[in-house]
Design a protein around this ligand. Structure first.
Ligand SMILES: NC(=O)c1ccc[n+]([C@@H]2O[C@H](COP(=O)([O-])OP(=O)(O)OC[C@H]3O[C@@H](n4cnc5c(N)ncnc54)[C@H](O)[C@@H]3O)[C@@H](O)[C@H]2O)c1
Length: 282
């Protein structure tokens, strides 16, 4: 069901790779709610992904850009404004990548050149896009910028590795830039802390299946899906959330407030009663 929440609004959506991507679902929902937007991703993602299909379905322009490159970002914001004939109302940062995770380097044996890349791609690109947008005065008053985060920014989750540091930085950037952009231009900046979700980036974390099962058992409402995350993004881009800014907003079915649930306890005690499982636990 759509409510025309984004009628007349224009945006830029970073990070749709394939139809599992959270950004892909956001684009579909934003389109259904009446928005027009530019889709962007790296040239290599455009070659290997399926973005043209989404562009066709939503009548969107695709502009390649590496979100770590200031030159690319300037070109992207300038071309987007030219395309829409004016400023932009919303931006989605749905970008993450860690070579340490991909190459299975544990947190106490990080490759530091990979770490720099993790931070640049997954966190500093958020600052770069905000700074570029502000310098070009590319966002309308009461515009909305959303980045996607994960609870590993606050709590240690096995195997999330250096992405935890990147998410902590991402959330901090939302607060620090949110103050300046809010004060000067009434632009709001928030992060959504999403449940683990089976996407290309998500499946890079080894054992994601078990993590998804665990968080689902722990959350009173169950894990939030990518589609549900897209619904939440739409509300944050809409005029219904104009005074929400500088927040990290949990979208996780209640997981972030839980200690232990009945369902998880049940599974844990069953595994303690099974000899083979107990050996694995020890
Ligand atoms: N999947 C999960 O479990 C989960 C949970 C919480 C938060 N998130 C976050 O959601 C966001 C989207 O990830 P996803 O799960 O949809 O996976 P995804 O793999 O579909 O999306 C990640 C995107 O980042 C893009 N990207 C990588 N390097 C880039 C660069 N230099 N410039 C521009 N784009 C670049 C990729 O091309 C890809 O489109 C990420 O920030 C991720 O950390 C994911």
């Amino acid at each position: 069901m759509s409510y025309n929440l984004l009628k007349g609004k224009t945006g830029i959506i970073f990070g749709a790779l394939n139809n599992q991507s959270i950004a892909w679902k956001v684009a579909e929902k934003a389109y259904a709610e009446g928005a027009r937007f530019v889709l962007t991703n790296t040239p290599i993602a455009l070659r290997f992904g399926e973005l043209n299909e989404l562009a066709e379905a939503t009548g969107s322009l695709v502009i390649p850009a590496d979100a770590t490159s200031l030159t690319d970002l300037e070109m992207l914001f300038a071309k987007s404004m030219e395309h829409f004939g004016g400023k932009i109302d919303f931006v989605l940062h749905s970008i993450g990548m860690s070579l340490n995770v991909r190459k299975d380097r544990p947190y106490d044996d990080l490759d530091y050149s990979f770490l720099m890349k993790t931070m640049d791609i997954s966190a500093f690109s958020f600052h770069k896009m905000l700074q570029t947008a502000k310098k070009l005065d590319a966002l309308n008053e009461w515009g909305s910028v959303v980045g996607l985060s994960y609870i590993a920014a606050q709590r240690t989750l096995f195997r999330y590795n250096d992405m935890a540091d990147a998410k902590a930085a991402l959330e901090s950037i939302a607060r620090s830039f949110g103050y300046i952009y809010g004060r000067e231009k009434h632009v709001r900046i928030n992060t959504i802390s999403q449940s683990p979700t089976m996407t290309t980036a998500g499946s890079g974390v080894k054992g994601i299946d078990d993590l998804i099962d665990f968080t689902d058992r722990m959350s009173p409402l169950g894990n939030a899906t990518a589609e549900e995350c897209a619904d939440y993004c739409v509300t944050l881009f809409s005029d219904l959330t104009r005074k929400v800014t500088m927040q990290n907003l949990y979208h996780d079915g209640g997981f972030s407030s839980m200690g232990m649930s009945e369902r998880a306890m049940h599974t844990y005690s069953r595994s303690l009663n099974c000899e083979e499982c107990r050996e694995k636990l020890d």
